[in-house]
Design a binder for this molecule. Structure first.
Ligand SMILES: NC(=O)c1ccc[n+]([C@@H]2O[C@H](COP(=O)([O-])OP(=O)(O)OC[C@H]3O[C@@H](n4cnc5c(N)ncnc54)[C@H](O)[C@@H]3O)[C@@H](O)[C@H]2O)c1
Ligand SMILES: O=C/C=C/C=C(\O)C(=O)O
Length: 511
């Protein structure tokens, strides 16, 4: 490894507080370049055509580092290394694969603060929120390290004539592509099951948030994962991501990101029927507040769950509830209490942080300008000032609550993916279900009610892959995770991840 890179990575690795990281960044004469991780080696790509782009710190707007845009020939090289590693890794025993995964989770635990500090700086999220996500990333490795040990295959006798059983083998070399909102969590949500089930991986994090992927590379090296089993390449979607998914040497794609990108990937791979495809896409998730949930015994929790679902991580979680519908009898009361609660608990610079990028800031800002044009009521928040690269300012947006928004408005239809929520009334259960389902998306939903029969009755009618009643983002990693409608294809988690990362054949033996 080049000496300068070794020094940079050592310095990054020693920053376990925000202060240390800030003084390291200030001590640098120029931004450092992030490396790829291929065949167990970290190196900055240096093909003559490689371009680099700047990655910014969302909280300050200053340049954090430079990210290479890995070119198609280098993508191809990385895939070939993953292919070379596949025969041995796919035949490695479950017990041994499990030990590697456990080792990775333990090392991550040891360096938890380093991951949290850089994730917070790179993505913009609060340090507190980054810690939550690092812990969940650790659980991804811990969970799949034990899952594979407990898998059982049942055999069945058919009429005393044949004995059948399902035999699974690793699907091959997989492309794992993740977004910028929960960079480390979503990266590991794919890497952990991929290698646990015996596949090898080429992973591409978002070009906006590549830091935690590089830290993970350092750690995979420390864990002595055999070279080529996991390769992490950096770059943008149109160049690096597109070359990766289209390669005939890739056996499957697990993608999390926007719906339009999902469509592009589906189109690019449409002729490659053999390619496994899992698409976890966007959402515009409803939260339904029934009148009973505003009775004095339940009210506090109702408001708290609706607010957390709307504003956790600045609303940059695909599962965030960004359309709140409230039974008309309690509409005014809910809006008042919700506004009071959000104003008190969601403080910019404390519990609410910067949004991930300048481009995203300006996208959210355009929606807020639209809200002004459409004469929506801002119960909280407003249109933030325009920013550009020269502004040298962080990307801060006050939590915004909008009422009086028309049902057909883009504010109700489009995924804004920021700290913006709309609130509208409904008359009865039928209308609540209709409004909840009035979306091209179908990822998640929250129902707030104290009526046990209604929990199931309404819950079972909602067109969403994940429905939470009186809670939000409670997750068990074996449950199917994914969306209906334009929110995706396939499910991930436990046995559902196994379906993506393995191929199955049914064997028939004579009885
Ligand atoms: N359903 C889920 O589980 C889930 C989870 C998190 C985020 N998301 C969604 O992700 C979106 C936000 O993330 P984003 O803006 O980074 O999404 P995005 O689709 O722009 O990018 C996601 C990833 O895909 C890559 N990419 C872009 N174009 C590509 C192409 N043509 N081929 C291959 N790769 C390509 C990007 O470089 C990035 O790594 C939101 O829509 C959000 O809802 C969904
Ligand atoms: O943006 C997508 C978020 C997914 C989050 C989880 O799956 C989780 O936190 O368990």
């Amino acid at each position: 490894m080049a000496l300068e890179l070794v020094e940079t990575l050592d310095s990054l690795w020693s920053c376990d507080t925000l202060d240390k990281a800030t003084s390291f960044l200030h001590s640098r004469p120029q931004p450092f370049c992030l490396p790829n991780y291929v065949r167990g080696e970290l190196s900055v790509p240096h093909s003559p055509s490689t371009q680099f782009f700047d990655s910014f710190e969302p909280k300050t707007g200053s340049i954090l580092c430079r990210v290479p845009c890995t070119q198609p020939d280098e993508v191809d090289g990385a895939i070939r290394h993953a292919r070379a590693a596949f025969p041995t890794w796919s035949r490695t025993s479950r017990a041994e694969r499990s030990r590697y995964l456990r080792r990775v989770s333990e090392l991550m635990q040891e360096h938890r603060e380093v991951f949290a500090v850089w994730e917070s700086i790179d993505q913009g999220k609060t340090l507190q929120r980054a810690r939550v996500e690092v812990d969940r990333a650790i659980s991804n490795f811990a969970y799949f390290s034990t899952y594979i040990l407990h898998e059982q295959t049942a055999a069945r006798m058919i009429d005393g004539v044949a004995l059948t059983y399902e035999h699974r083998s690793p699907a091959g070399v997989m492309a794992l592509i993740s977004p910028w909102n929960m960079p480390l969590y979503l990266l590991t949500w794919k890497i952990a099951p991929c290698v646990a089930f015996g596949c090898t991986a080429i992973s591409k994090p978002s070009e906006i948030t590549s830091m935690s992927a590089v830290l993970l590379s350092i750690l995979l090296r420390k864990a002595e994962l055999p070279p080529g089993v996991v390769n992490i390449i950096l770059g943008d979607g149109p160049t690096t991501g597109a070359a990766l998914v289209a390669s005939p040497l890739i056996d499957g794609v697990s993608f999390t990101g926007g719906t339009q990108t999902g469509i592009d990937i589906r189109r690019a791979t449409a002729h490659q029927i053999r390619k496994h495809l899992s698409l976890e896409l966007g959402g515009k998730n409803p939260t339904l507040v029934f009148a009973d949930s505003m009775a004095s015994s339940a009210r506090e929790k109702t408001v708290q769950v609706a607010a957390t679902a709307a504003f956790e991580n600045q609303g940059e979680i695909c599962l965030c509830g960004s359309r709140i519908y409230v039974e008309s009898a309690v509409y005014a009361k809910f809006v008042d209490e919700f506004e009071k609660y959000v104003a008190e608990k969601y403080i910019l610079g404390q519990t609410v942080s910067a949004v991930a990028s300048l481009q995203h800031y300006n996208k959210i800002r355009r929606y807020l300008q639209l809200a002004v044009e459409e004469k929506a009521t801002f119960r909280l928040g407003g249109v933030p000032p325009p920013l550009d690269k020269e502004s040298n300012q962080g990307y801060w947006i006050v939590p915004t609550i909008l009422t009086d928004v028309a049902p057909e408005s883009a504010l109700q239809k489009d995924e804004i993916f920021g700290p913006v929520v709309t609130i509208a009334p409904f008359e009865d259960e039928t209308e609540a279900v209709r409004l909840a389902n009035d979306s091209e998306y179908g990822l998640a939903a929250v129902i707030l009610t104290t009526d046990g029969a209604r929990m199931r009755r309404v819950g079972e009618q909602i067109e969403a892959g994940m429905v939470w009643v009186n809670c939000w983002l409670v997750r068990e990693l074996g449950t199917p995770f994914g969306g209906m409608k334009s929110s995706g294809i396939g499910r991930e988690g436990g046995q559902y991840s196994r379906d993506i990362f393995t191929v199955v054949r049914t064997l028939h033996l004579p009885a």
